[in-house]
Design a protein around this ligand. Structure first.
Ligand SMILES: Nc1ncnc2c1ncn2[C@@H]1O[C@H](COP(=O)(O)OP(=O)(O)OP(=O)(O)O)[C@@H](O)[C@H]1O
Ligand SMILES: [Mg+2]
Length: 237
């Protein structure tokens, strides 16, 4: 059963009396790759965590179409800037994710093989995950989520610590997952990457949505003053 769209209704998040996210209402539907942009501290990572259910909002509601709480948990996945590797082999890292998410044992081997092949890790399948390079680790993080076949994937600056080659490899995997029908929602500081990957942009400023536009329109003719300043490198926070 489909869990999308995801809907936020007047979501706020407070800390020490300050609104880190401020009355955010939006719908995330199947289809376009959504890139969340905004200056440092604007709330991008917090918003992704709220989407993924890692942080409950102080006010407002987060709802998935699927009523089944377990379904909406296992059909969404998240990848972080610096993924945590388990102290076991590459293949066992994927196997662990499958077991944890209740994928039947009879399906696991095929899923592991597919996910490793699609992320270029087949040859490294028996290597301890902790000795992989940063780029390989990020590919393994993607293999772990790919194997789960999520309906939606959240990525928080997935290439921030990677060199251009490793970045291109991760972008190619993200694109493949999207072509396979997985909804992509990601943050990035790399405007080149945003232009390459985004179909639409949600622009955050000080915990609020300042603008949401189709990507070409956003980059060519941003509507909000803050987005204009951001794209010109004039918006510090
Ligand atoms: N647990 C917390 N308690 C108090 N403030 C917090 C907490 N977590 C985050 N913040 C603050 O919330 C704001 C938004 O943080 P967030 O990490 O979402 O920003 P961001 O847009 O992802 O920034 P960056 O581009 O640097 O990754 C920041 O000012 C941060 O200091
Ligand atoms: Mg962040």
């Amino acid at each position: 059963m489909a869990i999308l769209p995801l809907a936020l209704n007047q979501v706020s998040l407070y800390a020490d009396g300050k609104a880190l996210l401020d009355a955010i209402s939006l719908e995330i539907a199947k289809g376009p790759r959504t890139v969340i942009l905004g200056p440092n501290g604007s709330g991008k990572s917090l918003l992704l965590r709220v989407f993924h259910g890692l942080i409950p909002p102080s006010k407002g509601s987060v709802s998935w179409r699927g009523e089944d709480a377990r379904e909406s948990r296992v059909r969404q996945a998240m990848v972080f800037q610096d993924p945590v590797m388990l102290r076991r082999s590459v293949a066992a890292n994927v196997a662990y994710a499958l077991r944890l998410n209740g994928i039947p044992a009879s399906e696991r081997n095929t899923r592991i093989q597919d996910a490793l092949a699609r992320t270029g890790l087949t040859e490294l399948r028996n290597r301890p995950a902790t000795v992989l390079s940063g780029g390989e680790q990020q590919r393994l993080a993607l293999a772990r989520v790919w194997a789960l076949e999520p309906e939606i994937l959240f990525l928080d600056e997935p290439t921030a610590s990677l060199d251009p080659g490793a970045t291109a490899a991760v972008e190619a995997i993200i694109d493949d997952m999207h072509s396979d029908g997985c909804k992509i929602v990601m943050t990035t500081h790399d405007l080149g990457q945003a232009r390459r990957l985004a179909d639409e942009v949600v622009f955050l400023h000080k915990g609020r949505i300042a603008e949401r536009s189709a990507a070409p329109a956003f980059f060519e003719q941003p509507q909000s003053k803050t987005a204009q300043a951001f794209l010109d490198g004039r918006l510090m926070w």
